[in-house]
Design a protein around this ligand. Structure first.
Ligand code: SME
Length: 161
């Protein structure tokens, strides 16, 4: 049985990532199921930050296919270079969208989603998945999220091998 996450209620976002990452590392340590690990990572992120939607899209051929997530139902397939996720995959870089209505090509899975960050996950430099996080607040993602989630993406990359 896993323990609950321990996070200081007064912590800044940066401090929360610092507290959360070692706990996620412990959570996935020794578990070989990629699906189980993705599911717990999505849950941990949502629990820690209260994000509107957190989930994985996995590279399958020329598409991204929906993986484990926390939040409302979402679109299941996204083409290469399509939407924020497909562009992050194509460019192999993190994309922060402060206002999804201002982002050409954004794929709206829920009208409640206002801002978004997508982080590619690579194995040996090759994108294998993206981590997509949506907020119901405008401009909710900062450099602290980018740095925290990129560190997370690097840390969890071995589960995709
Ligand atoms: N907004 C994403 C699609 C996925 S949902 O947000 C869960 C995009 O434009 O790629």
């Amino acid at each position: 049985m896993a323990d609950s996450l321990i996070l200081s209620s007064q912590a800044s976002k940066k401090e929360k990532y610092e507290q959360l990452l070692p706990q996620i590392s412990a959570l996935i340590e020794g578990e070989v199921s990629t699906v189980a690990n993705m599911a717990n990572i999505a849950a941990a992120l949502r629990q820690a930050f209260g994000f509107f939607w957190v989930g994985f899209y996995l590279v399958e051929g020329n598409e991204l296919v929906l993986g484990p997530f926390q939040g409302e139902i979402a679109c299941t397939r996204i083409g290469f270079g399509k939407g924020v996720c497909g562009i992050s995959w194509e460019k192999n870089e993190t994309i922060i969208v402060p206002d999804v209505d201002e982002f050409p090509g954004h794929i709206a899975c829920s009208s409640a989603s206002k801002s978004e960050i997508v982080i590619p996950i690579t194995v040996d430099g090759k994108p294998v998945a993206v981590l997509d996080v949506d907020s119901d607040k405008l401009a909710d993602f900062t450099l602290d999220d980018k740095l925290g989630l990129e560190r997370l993406a690097q840390m969890i990359s071995p589960i995709f091998k």
